[in-house]
Design a protein around this ligand. Structure first.
Ligand code: 13P
Length: 253
């Protein structure tokens, strides 16, 4: 019932020309994958490549996402990008509250919530990232922490808007480390996220929200993750940078 969503987060990689040749290559590879259209395939490109990728991806199954958005409508915020601008450049999705942004750029639960509201106001679908670090996991507070992140991110967001949103559970210790959560552990947290959403908005709405796992997802572990009851897709960093690897991941999902 929930359409799987496989999203590549390129982070701060790829020039415009590299992005264009990637999209052309990936499109060709996706064409050979049976049932590929049963999943949403999204590339979250750097801001400088969004418009070019949007044009290149027209008529292909590749959808476009951004990696961050500012919470204000417009204004004197040097260096920032508004939801209106991202939408205008062709983005459909936007990653919000990635742990790298929380860690290096001072994003908080409050700014994540403001960004989620701003994105939805302008028709961008948020991919809201939550997840614990290794200390928190070892202390056994993963569910508590993730619950507070989810509650804060969707504070004052309508049930219909939440149903259109995507949540990405990304344990920080699994990002870029080659250490993946076991599929069962990842699913347990995703199930908890859905139960929190159910408590906030009711089970019917919670059942519509797509929940991704992220953190060292590769072509050889995607199938087991996708087989879990509450994992509806993946947010993929390193393994999304090469079109052949990302296509293999889509094929195996
Ligand atoms: P890796 O797939 O490189 O671990 O990165 C995960 C991630 O941060 C996706 O947003």
């Amino acid at each position: 019932m929930r359409k799987p969503i496989l999203a590549g987060n390129w982070k701060m990689f790829k020039t415009v020309s590299q992005a264009l040749s990637y999209v052309e290559h990936l499109d060709g590879l996706l064409a050979d994958i049976p049932n590929q259209s049963q999943a949403d395939v999204v590339i979250c490109a750097p801001a400088t490549a969004l418009y070019a990728v949007h044009n290149q991806a027209q008529g292909t199954p590749i959808q476009l996402g951004a990696q961050n958005v500012h919470q204000a409508e417009e204004g004197a915020y040097t260096g920032e990008t508004s939801a209106i601008m991202l939408k205008d450049a062709g983005a459909k999705y936007v990653i919000i509250g990635h742990s790298e942004r929380r860690q290096y750029f001072g994003e908080t639960d409050e700014s994540v919530n403001a960004k989620v509201q701003q994105a939805l106001k302008h028709g961008l679908l948020p991919i809201v990232c939550v997840g614990e670090d290794l200390d928190q996991r070892n202390q056994g507070v993963t569910n508590t922490l993730v619950e507070s992140q989810v509650r804060a991110a969707f504070n004052a967001v309508s049930a219909d808007d939440v149903a259109r949103s995507v949540v990405a559970y990304e344990p920080i210790w699994a990002i870029g480390t080659g250490m993946t959560a076991t599929a069962q552990d990842a699913n347990a947290v995703c199930t908890h996220i859905r139960s929190v959403l159910s408590d906030m908005y009711g089970q019917d709405k919670a059942n519509l929200v797509r929940i991704q796992y992220g953190g060292s997802v590769k072509p050889d572990n995607i199938a087991e993750l996708m087989a879990q009851s509450d994992i509806d897709g993946a947010l993929v960093g390193g393994a999304s940078l090469d079109p052949g690897t990302f296509a293999s991941l889509v094929r195996n999902a």
